[in-house]
Design a binder for this molecule. Structure first.
Ligand code: ZN
Ligand code: ZN
Length: 319
């Protein structure tokens, strides 16, 4: 039976999410979404190095292969998500490097990273053998798990490389649904709340969350005000979750955020208050008594474990 661990690394500022899949073979599969490491403490690198050294020390595994990662995703072109990726790719390599369409002129550091990943040879092989833009409705597989891209929307005809938003890279963030059998986990990058509203005229939700088996949703943009509250002070992501739950009682996602008070005051007090009072006990039962949502500034690293049927959360320290 496959098992999937999704670990939100406590990086201080930004995101770094490690995915590990045990599909029954000796060599586990690894994936990575983002790596910040902009501070004096490269927490993403430090966590991954220690963690992967423990894997390599197991007699059944021996040395780790190169490239190690099945895939590395850069959700969007902001430093708190990408600054650690060059070091991680150089050390461990990836079969696939995925990223969204972005503004090459305004996001020069990210353009340099993509160019470097396209050409750099390490250990005799490319640091990323394959790379491509992702957009809704692209998919890719991770062993028996399936990834679906929920955002950004596809490019317009004739401009395949143009970003969804030229001015705010947050609005280009990849929102990903990871499905293992009957469990769906959604990661959101910094995709701001205005992107989550309905299509004009009250149509479909712009970021279409999976309608069944939804067990976990990352609160976008580290719990910033504009991650949960749209410009009309609505909360479209929560509205969509409520609607899905009303139609399908098994849709009971836990919510969580990668957040730290420094340097930008994440989570925002209004977001934290709303999530604290959010009626998880009734509608969205938490597996951690007394906690409605997980947050890296209080729970440190936290991990979701699933076998495709049940979901457990592991936090250090336990709550
Ligand atoms: Zn961010
Ligand atoms: Zn951002």
């Amino acid at each position: 039976m496959p098992q999937l661990w999704v670990t939100f690394i406590d990086v201080g500022w930004g995101d770094s999410i490690l995915l590990e899949l045990d599909d029954g073979t000796p060599n586990h599969r690894f994936g990575l979404i983002d790596s910040n490491d902009t501070t004096n403490w490269p927490n993403s690198y430090g966590y991954l190095k220690r963690h992967l050294e423990r894997y390599a020390a197991r007699p059944a595994i021996g040395t780790l292969p190169y490239p190690l990662f099945d895939f590395v995703v850069a959700t969007h072109a902001h430093a708190d998500h990408i600054s650690g990726l060059k070091r991680i790719l150089r050390l461990y390599g990836a079969d696939w490097f995925y990223f969204p369409r972005f503004n090459h002129a305004k996001s020069a550091a990210f353009a340099r990273l993509v160019n470097w990943a396209s050409s750099h040879i390490q250990n005799g092989v490319p640091v990323t053998a394959n790379r491509r833009y992702l957009a809704h409705p692209d998919t890719f597989s991770f062993g028996p798990a399936q990834f679906s891209v929920l955002w950004p929307p596809p490019p317009s005809a004739g401009a395949p490389n143009d970003p969804n938003d030229r001015n705010n890279e947050n609005n280009n963030s990849l929102v990903l649904a990871i499905k293992l059998q009957d469990v769906v986990i959604v990661t959101t990058g910094d995709c701001e709340a205005d992107n989550w509203k309905r299509q004009p005229g009250g149509g479909a939700w712009k970021v279409p969350l999976p309608s069944q088996h939804l067990k976990f949703v990352q609160v976008p943009h580290h719990g910033a005000q504009n991650g949960l509250f749209d410009s009309a002070n609505g909360t479209p992501m929560l509205d969509q979750i409520h609607q899905l739950h009303a139609a399908q009682a098994s849709v009971t996602p836990m919510l969580a955020a990668s957040c730290h008070p420094q340097p930008h005051g994440h989570p925002d007090a209004n977001v934290a208050n709303l999530l604290d009072s959010h009626n998880c006990g009734g509608k969205f039962p938490s597996s951690i008594p007394g906690t409605n949502w997980l947050r890296t500034d209080q729970n440190l690293h936290y991990t979701l474990w699933t076998d495709g049927t049940t979901v457990r959360t592991i936090t250090r320290p336990s709550v």
